[in-house]
Design a protein. Structure first.
Length: 312
């Protein structure tokens, strides 16, 4: 068995074990995840990612370790934007807080499978048609440039979702929830529940999100193992991050500008890669700087606005 295969098998077993531990032990019973619990889970996932990063450093050296860390920060940063979508989806379907974890668990499990397909396809395209990297770069610049002009109050309309429409034609859906069940049997006939439609919508939103995030990470590394593992750690921590930030994420009003700047920077990095190769450490510093500035601006300006309202 080759060294690479051992790493892939070992990492896959680790991910599967953590998912089973999460589902069958820590979250065996449906319950509303409070901020304290979510923060502890977030800290655990970040710690595991950093520990894995140290292992990458010991195994592959400094360059690969920096690639992993930069890719992880990009994926983690961009995933915050996806939290807004999750909030709107759960709000639209009126999913109770105690059932949201289950939807996110299965949604993220599906996302892990889709990501490996996207990553392998993307890397293969870059290796076969090198010019595709400029297409990816231009796409990221375009995506980043249009983010500031997107309306914050855009509504989620699952009934117009192609997958949801197709599924409703194949299977009837109950008008009401049935606890945490995705499917129920009524009068010997199988029905899907609104909770399963929520899951489909979550999965579809992550698919759209991956179209932006995968090319961004491919700008950092074309090593399949590094790209996938950084994605996996960011995704596994996404549920905890959602419950930790769901109540306050709306206050980060300038975060989207930071994410837009990150996409434009990464896209530019790809487009000019034939002329200048950004050092990984510089890329990491720029990305962290843009993210930090957007969060800091959100906090400072929010405090000033609250202060002015108090004075009046």
């Amino acid at each position: 068995m080759s060294e690479k295969l051992i790493l892939w098998v070992g990492f896959s077993v680790f991910v599967l074990a953590m998912l089973m531990l999460d589902l069958l032990v820590f979250n065996k019973k449906n319950h509303e995840i409070k901020i304290k619990e979510a923060l502890l889970w977030s800290a655990m996932w970040i710690s595991l990612a950093l520990l894995f990063n140290f292992g990458v450093y010991e195994w592959f050296g400094k360059v690969k370790a920096m690639e992993f860390l930069t890719a992880y920060v990009i994926e983690k940063s961009l995933s915050v934007d996806n939290l807004f979508v999750f909030i709107m989806i759960f709000s639209f379907f009126k999913v109770k807080p105690e059932f949201q974890h289950k939807v996110l668990f299965w949604g993220i499990l599906g996302a892990l499978i889709l990501r490996i397909i996207f990553i392998i396809a993307g890397i293969q395209l870059i290796h076969t048609f090198h010019w595709i990297i400029y297409v990816f770069g231009a796409f990221l610049i375009y995506t980043g440039a249009k983010i500031p002009f997107e309306k914050d109050d855009d509504k989620i309309e699952p009934d117009k979702n192609v997958l949801v429409k197709l599924f409703r034609k194949m299977m009837p859906v109950t008008p009401d929830f049935h606890g945490d069940k995705f499917f129920v049997r009524i009068n010997a006939k199988k029905f899907a529940t609104p909770l399963f439609i929520t899951l489909i919508t979550i999965e579809f939103s992550d698919l759209i999100f991956a179209v932006d995030s995968i090319p961004a990470v491919l700008a950092i590394s074309d090593d399949t193992f590094i790209v996938y593992t950084s994605n996996v750690f960011a995704i596994l921590g996404l549920r905890a991050l959602y419950f930790a930030l769901a109540g306050i994420v709306q206050y980060f009003r300038y975060l989207k500008y930071g994410l837009a700047a990150i996409l434009i920077f990464v896209g530019t990095k790809m487009v000019i890669s034939w002329y200048y190769e950004f050092p990984i450490l510089l890329s990491l510093a720029v990305i962290l700087g843009l993210l930090g500035l957007s969060v800091l601006a959100s906090i400072i300006i929010k405090e000033k606005l609250e202060g002015s309202e108090t004075d009046t």
